[in-house]
Every structure is written in structure tokens, then in C-alpha cells.
Design a protein around this ligand. Structure first.
Ligand SMILES: Nc1ncnc2c1ncn2[C@@H]1O[C@H](COP(=O)(O)OP(=O)(O)OP(=O)(O)O)[C@@H](O)[C@H]1O
Ligand SMILES: [Mg+2]
Length: 310
């Protein structure tokens, strides 16, 4: 864990409660953007992991700590940002417009944490959106997961409209904490640089590959495949039969018969891919260090045979 994290007396008290208080399984850290959620969630996970087998669920598809942006990831502790146990594709860097994928991803990864025999699970939520969609997403996440604890980081009372809905229940227990003074404000440029860097790392070993679309199910925000403009540079996840993303790809094009999808992706095993999930997000391959021609070639491009061809 980074040594420059400022640990307040409130954080220490929370750690004591989590280690010596009533047993629990799931804890969510919530708060507005730039509230210190990820720092606190990561610190708590490291502390609790000294005593219990703890997993970390990065539920933020934008400023992802683990895995590429647009995904939710289940990770071991200590956290390695480039390794994960399971990955779910949301399809965008913001939950807005992808609320179902956010919720279902969260549920499936919490389920996966049980399967991985986590004794404790710490969930880092995306920055709370103070609009109807954001409030409803937060409500639904709490309602469907029913965590034992919600740690609410607030500058004022940003989360209260939703927390109020759970006042009469036994779960979640709500721990309110102020935003730490050490939190550094990061503007949109810093945030977008961070995402670009995460994508670059992810696509560092990517090549142009192809996969049969006819042999697989398509889901998510599926565009008209016969419209080159609609498919170009869309981010897709190639998912296994359990619905977890095995690999992400940046779409180049579909062939004229709509039989093959061409995309840049790191290596993967084609036979493990059951479905192709589309997101709305587009990523320029050149922006993440993949050299491309201005126009995709009309005919078949030469492909390496050690990759996902079938
Ligand atoms: N307790 C702390 N001690 C030192 N630095 C901190 C602390 N909390 C947060 N920071 C710093 O403030 C910045 C923002 O923190 P963090 O990423 O945890 O916030 P966040 O709420 O997860 O943000 P986002 O909404 O983007 O997900 C980071 O650079 C982090 O290192
Ligand atoms: Mg964060």
C-alpha cells in the first residue's frame, strides 16, 4: 500500500470496527467524484486482508483502478492493476446510458467473489451522479446487493437522498465520513489522460484479429453491422459462456457478408468466446498506440495464424 496515504482517526476507527465488530461480508465505498473513494477502499481492503481473505471489486468503469476503463473488475488483494480474477464489460466510461450493464456486472462479480471464497469483499463505486439516473443507480445497487456496510464519503449531503431510503432497514449499516483534506482534485484532462494510459497498457500487445460473428451471440449496444461508420472503432468485449469478458477489442470493420468481425485485441482463445458484447464507446486505435491505415482495406487483411482465427 502506498505510504503517502493520510490515515485519519476516523479511518482507524472504521478499521477497528471492521476487524473487531460484528462479522460482515460486503462493504461499498460511495461518494461523489474525487472524494477519495478508491484510496479509502484500497486501504480498507489491504487492512482487512491481513485477517480475512479479502477481494476488491473495482466497480468504476471510468477511473478504473483494475483493468481497462469501460469494465468492472474483481481482483485479489494486494491489488495489481493489470491482473484480475473476473472482468465484466459495461460498454462505456460512464454508467450513464449503461445502467443495466452496470447493475448486472456488479451482481455477477459479487457472485463471483463468493465463488472465489472471499470472506470479505470491498467494492469501490463510481463517482455518484447527482441526477435522476445516478440516484436510481445508487439505490438499485444498494437494494440488490444489500451490502453489510456502506461507507459514505461526502462533502455535504450528496448521498443522503438515497441513504434515507435505507434508514429503516438493518442493512446496510451506514458509516458517514468527510472527504479527506489530502484528496487531490483531478480535472477532466487528468482523468482522460489516466484513461488513455490504462487503455494503452491494455492494448499494448494488441493485433488485428478476426472472429466469426455468425457462430456467436451478439448483445449490448449492437450497431447495424452493415454500416461501416456505425461499427468502426467501437469497443467490444469477447465474453465467455459465463458472461465474463475475456478480452476487449477495438472494431475495425465487418466483412461484406457480415460473417467476420475484424478488431484489434490482445491474444485470446477463440473457442472460449461465446458472445460479443458491444458498447457505445469508441476508441481510436491510433490514440492508444496502434498504428492503423487511414481507411480499412477493402479485402481481407493478412492475419497471423497464432491468433483468434477459426
Ligand atoms: N487519504 C488520502 N491521503 C492522500 N492522498 C489521498 C487520500 N485520499 C485521496 N487522495 C488522493 O486524491 C486523489 C483522488 O483520490 P481517489 O482517486 O481515491 O478519489 P475517488 O473518489 O476514487 O475519485 P474518482 O471519483 O475519480 O474515482 C488521488 O490522487 C489520491 O491519491
Ligand atoms: Mg475512484
Amino acid at each position: 500500500m502506498d505510504i503517502d496515504v493520510a490515515v485519519s482517526a476516523e479511518w482507524e476507527a472504521l478499521r477497528e470496527r471492521l476487524l473487531h465488530g460484528p462479522p460482515w461480508r460486503t462493504l461499498m465505498v460511495a461518494g461523489p467524484v474525487n472524494a477519495g473513494k478508491t484510496t479509502l477502499a484500497r486501504w480498507l481492503a489491504a487492512q482487512v486482508n491481513e485477517h480475512y481473505r479479502t477481494l476488491f471489486l473495482d466497480a468504476d468503469p471510468g477511473q478504473s483502478l483494475v483493468g481497462p476503463p469501460t469494465t468492472l473488475a474483481l481482483s485479489r488483494v494486494p491489488i495489481d492493476p493489470d491482473r484480475w480474477l473476473r472482468l465484466r464489460f459495461v460498454g462505456h466510461i460512464s454508467p450513464e446510458g449503461h445502467l443495466l450493464q452496470m447493475l448486472s456486472g456488479l451482481v455477477r462479480l459479487v457472485e463471483a467473489a463468493r465463488w472465489h471464497r472471499a470472506q470479505r469483499l470491498v467494492i469501490d463505486l463510481p463517482g455518484h451522479m447527482a441526477n435522476d439516473a445516478g440516484r436510481e443507480l445508487f439505490f438499485q445497487m444498494l437494494d440488490v446487493i444489500r451490502p453489510d456496510y456502506v461507507v459514505a464519503l461526502q462533502r455535504e449531503d450528496e448521498l443522503e437522498p438515497v441513504l434515507r431510503c435505507f434508514r429503516r432497514g438493518r442493512r446496510p449499516r451506514i458509516v458517514r465520513l468527510p472527504v479527506a483534506e489530502a484528496v487531490q482534485e483531478r480535472d477532466r484532462w487528468v482523468r482522460s489522460d489516466y484513461r488513455r494510459e490504462r487503455f494503452r497498457r491494455y492494448f499494448a500487445g494488441a493485433r488485428l484479429r478476426r472472429l466469426s460473428v455468425q457462430a456467436r451471440g451478439l448483445h449490448g449496444m449492437v450497431p447495424a453491422l452493415d454500416n461501416p461508420e456505425a461499427v468502426r472503432h467501437r469497443l467490444v468485449a469477447l465474453c465467455d459462456r459465463h458472461g465474463f469478458a475475456r478480452v476487449l477489442g477495438i472494431v475495425a470493420r465487418c466483412d461484406a457478408e457480415l460473417a467476420w468481425l475484424y478488431f484489434w485485441a490482445p491474444p485470446f482463445r477463440a473457442r472460449e468466446i461465446a458472445t460479443i458484447q458491444f458498447g457505445r464507446f469508441r476508441l481510436d486505435p491510433a490514440e492508444v498506440g496502434l498504428v492503423t491505415r487511414r481507411r480499412p482495406p477493402a479485402g481481407d487483411v493478412p492475419l497471423r495464424t497464432d491468433v483468434a482465427e477459426e
